[in-house]
Design a protein around this ligand. Structure first.
Ligand code: F6P
Length: 516
């Protein structure tokens, strides 16, 4: 069933691959309506993708043959979808409104989620209160890496006020320059250090947290320093052992994957710096998209359609990369957030049953904010030798600045999508020839509100999940990062004077050079 649908899908995609996207509009008067869907405040236009109605139908048949709806119901039902780690993936429970009834492997979790959310809210109010019991907190240093960093960093960049009352700075890299830059100019007496690590063992995070704790202790003394430390983790004993007071440790459960954790206590720094109202709107926007994903028919379901469009390019037309181009400075960190979400989730080559996959999986994602990226890598999109599909993301109404500039920004986003698809033949001057036929998706938000950002983020989460279901891989583990971590431990021991280990000649030479 699956393989029949897969073969039919590939055939349909190859047939569409011979047609030009612009011509598909002429052949199908209802194309725009069929390929343009709105939900949860997002308008998704997939009409500039390279599929015809027949191609879309084959893609939907593939989704049905892969039982996407049943897999979605298992995900929301809290079944163990992360098989290699024996866990559900229930980040949707974190953003559900009060009174929800999520279960993780049969055990009710919503009451526990609400209890942490209440504690977070109370803490947000304590910290935001001017001259409250913690004094006047003016800055938060959020220390974490990967999923404990990229989500909150993206959210803050997207929503931060121009002149924040509480500044929020992020430290991820173990490079000491990262922490130094974050602490520069801050007063320990008015700073909260927030350590975020699901495991509370990650080398980079623990090194930075230890250095930041020393910075607090030197200035404030051990007791006072404790009141300037908070943590989010699943490993509560380790947080306390590190010196965080128990009432400043905010927990979450192991069914929250790192790259899906911004909705949990991991997002506490954003909740403090943006205020509780904004944070709860972020959650509400994601919950709205969850409800849409659960209830909309496949042919009108945003995450399903976006996943199918990406799979159409990745598998049907063998396109291994994709650009994400938000035409919004405030969304410029979205591409790096999506790099982890998509590439850590779906950069896999064994099926759920442990067999080698017979098809390509995650595309490599890169991007930057438009219009800057037009002056960097867009040349290659227009005239390079590879077809690289693009996700354009634009915001209709600016929150700040002159409205004319927003119009210039939007005009550029629309024009790029048009130019990539339509092209311009110029046989007389080959260097000015634009073959066109480069596919793109266009996601339009009315305004960049916390709610819209929540919906946008959840859209990409669920589209990543749908891809994983169709590729028959586990989107929720990340064993690939383990080997590098283990080897880094061995190399560090040698750099610190331990006996030389067994390595390839190049690695041994590098270690010897640095020791010398
Ligand atoms: O190295 C990758 C990773 O395991 C990510 O999946 C995770 O988000 C990150 O490390 C940080 O892990 P932790 O939150 O446990 O510090």
């Amino acid at each position: 069933m699956r393989s029949d649908a897969w073969n039919a899908f590939i055939e349909a995609a190859e047939a569409d691959g011979w047609r030009r996207i612009v011509d598909l509009f002429g052949e199908d008067q209802g194309r725009l309506g069929a390929f343009c869907v709105e939900a949860a405040g997002l308008r998704l236009d997939l009409s500039k993708q390279p599929w015809s109605r027949e191609g879309l139908a084959a893609a939907l048949d593939l989704a049905r043959a892969c039982d996407v709806e049943a897999a979605r119901d298992r995900l929301f039902g809290g079944e163990i979808v992360n098989i290699s780690e024996g866990r559900p993936a229930l980040h949707m429970a974190l953003r559900a409104p009060d009174g929800a009834d999520f279960k993780a492997a049969g055990a009710p979790v919503s009451a526990g989620v609400e209890a942490v959310r209440d504690a977070m809210r109370a803490y947000v109010e304590t910290v935001r209160a001017p001259k409250g019991e913690m004094g006047d907190i003016r800055a938060i240093v959020h220390i974490g890496i990967g999923g404990s960093d990229l989500g909150p960093r993206m959210v803050w960049e997207a929503l931060k006020p121009l002149q924040p009352r509480i500044d929020l700075r992020f430290v991820a890299n173990v490079d000491p320059a990262d922490l130094a830059a974050a602490l520069a100019g801050l007063d320990p007496a008015t700073t909260l250090v927030f350590v975020v690590s699901k495991t509370f063992t990650t080398q980079e995070t623990m090194a930075n947290a230890t250095a930041a704790r020393a910075w607090l202790r030197t200035a404030l003394g051990e007791e006072e320093a404790r009141t300037h430390l908070a943590a989010a983790s699943t490993n509560l004993p380790a947080c306390q052992e590190f010196g965080v007071a128990p009432d400043r440790v905010f927990g979450f459960e192991d069914w929250v994957g790192g790259r899906y954790s911004v909705w949990s206590a991991v997002g506490l720094s954003c909740a403090i710096a943006l205020g509780w109202e904004a944070f709860s709107e972020l959650l509400a926007g994601a919950a709205e998209l969850d409800a849409h994903f659960q209830s909309a028919p496949l042919a009108r379901n945003l995450p399903v359609l976006l996943a199918l469009a990406h799979i159409f390019n990745r598998n049907g037309l063998d396109r291994p990369t994709r650009v994400v181009a938000p035409y919004a400075r405030r969304l410029r960190l979205l591409p790096s957030y999506l790099q982890q979400l998509e590439m850590e989730s779906n950069g896999k080559r064994v099926t759920q049953a442990g067999q080698p996959v017979a098809w390509a999986t995650a595309a490599a994602v890169f991007g930057n904010a438009g219009t800057n990226d037009q002056h960097a890598y867009f040349q290659m999109l227009h005239q390079g030798t590879s077809v690289i599909p693009v996700d354009f993301i634009a915001i209709a109404q600016a929150e700040e600045g002159p409205v004319e500039q927003q119009s210039i920004l939007l005009a550029n986003a629309i024009a790029q999508a048009e130019a990539l698809m339509v092209g311009q033949a110029n046989p007389a001057e080959p260097h000015r020839d634009f073959s066109g036929d480069i596919p793109s998706s266009f996601i339009l938000l009315d305004r960049l509100t916390p709610r819209a950002l929540g919906a946008l983020t959840a859209l990409y989460e669920h589209k990543t999940f749908v891809e994983g279901v169709i590729w028959d891989i586990n989107s929720f583990d990340q064993w690939g990062v383990e080997l590098g971590k283990t080897l880094a431990g061995r190399v560090l021991a040698e750099l610190e004077g331990g006996p030389a280990g067994k390595h390839d000649p190049s690695t041994s030479a590098l270690i010897a050079k640095l020791k010398a």
